[in-house]
Ligand binder design. Structure first.
Ligand code: UT7
Length: 325
């Protein structure tokens, strides 16, 4: 048994190809589809996103993020005894992207598996890693969110294709004598499968169904603003903390209006909120660790501060993690 788990290093990676809203306007215009920088910014807060090149896979983005996180933690791959990758865009049907990543890292021998909770994936993965460390099953974990959503976008659907991007973020989570992860809270409501899904599967050697992202944007928006407040209050209560104790909110980066609404409900000024949605778009499970790493490397989020992570997405899933960095 270990008393606590604590983040000892963060890392992230964005593929080099950056597309501005102007680039998306031009790309969609090719198919006679109209959109505009004004609409995208006003409705979502997004100005740009990154897309991976053909031939680059989820595990490749994850590898870069993990190498940066290990370096920040002062750990080598051989010390890692658990890898959890949160992704909805795995390299293959199987094996898990975590196993493929483990091989690329050379971190052989520990447990490795994927978690599938779409945009809530990173808070799910961090919760599982925390539990495995506290029960003594692991001491040094890599917890990763990595996505290539550009592969599942329908570029004929202007209501979704302008919102998402690719990237990866990772943390090293280690057994610790001092508190790191303070409390966690996870939920799902499977009645809402249809409002955000990729309704396809592999059958007889071909894709069956429609393996492209479908989203009922307004329905997702309404559910998201309610459950995020609930999850935030739940982790505060479990940890015996109050809103005023939060130094940083690092939310899933889907839409600036959802983030602003959550911050307002928690009475947090926007200068306590990490924002990357403008430059990254929605990178699903990668968005929280990408934003966390941006805050840490930018010197804004400091060791010893109290950080609230929260995610929401397909499933419908949602959850939060309260931690001391
Ligand atoms: O990551 C998992 C969680 N995901 C989310 O949290 C996403 C939640 N949802 C949202 O962020 C928002 O609902 C969207 C950004 C997806 C959409 O914003 P909205 O304010 O809900 O817009 P809407 O879907 O109601 O569309 C408004 C109008 C429609 O036109 P009409 O019917 O009013 O004439 C759309 O056809 O905007 C039109 N529209 C666009 N116009 C220009 C939709 N997409 C575009 C576009 N460019 N790209």
């Amino acid at each position: 048994m270990n008393s606590y788990s604590r983040i000892t290093g963060t890392g992230s990676y964005l593929p080099p190809k950056r597309l501005s809203n102007g680039d998306m306007v031009a790309r969609l215009a090719h198919d006679g589809i109209e959109t505009s920088d004004d609409w995208i910014v006003e409705r979502s807060g997004i100005s740009a996103r990154h897309f991976a090149d053909d031939g680059v896979f989820c595990s490749d983005l994850a590898l870069h993020a993990c190498q940066a996180a290990l370096q920040a933690a002062g750990r080598s791959a051989s010390e890692v005894d658990l890898i959890i990758v949160a992704t909805s865009t795995p390299d293959m049907v199987f094996p898990s992207t975590a196993c493929i990543l483990q091989g690329k890292l050379g971190a052989i021998g520990g447990a490795a598996f994927d978690v599938q909770a779409v945009c809530s994936g990173f808070v799910y993965a961090l919760t599982v890693a925390d539990a495995l460390i506290k029960t003594g099953s692991a001491r040094c974990a890599l917890v990763v969110g990595a996505e290539i959503f550009s592969r599942i976008l329908d570029f004929k659907d202007r209501g979704t294709c302008v919102l998402f991007g690719d990237g990866a973020g990772a943390v090293v989570l280690e057994a610790s004598d001092t508190p790191g992860i303070l409390s966690t809270d996870l939920h799902a409501d499977g009645r809402h499968v249809d409002i955000l899904c990729v309704p396809g599967h592999v059958q007889g050697g071909a894709a069956s169904g429609v393996p492209l992202l479908k989203m009922a944007g307004q329905a997702v928006f309404k559910l998201a603003v309610g459950v995020l407040e609930d999850a935030a209050r739940a982790v505060l209560t479990k940890a015996g903390k109050a809103e005023a104790d939060i130094d940083w909110l690092v939310p899933h980066q889907a839409n600036i209006r959802i983030i602003q609404s959550t911050a307002k409900k928690l009475k947090l000024p926007m200068d306590k909120v990490m924002l990357t949605v403008d430059q990254h778009g929605n990178t699903s499970a990668a968005s929280i660790p990408l934003a966390l790493d941006a805050g840490v490397r930018g010197g804004r989020i400091q060791k010893g501060q109290t950080v609230l992570l929260e995610g929401v997405g397909g499933g419908f899933t949602w959850g939060a993690v309260l931690l001391t960095l």
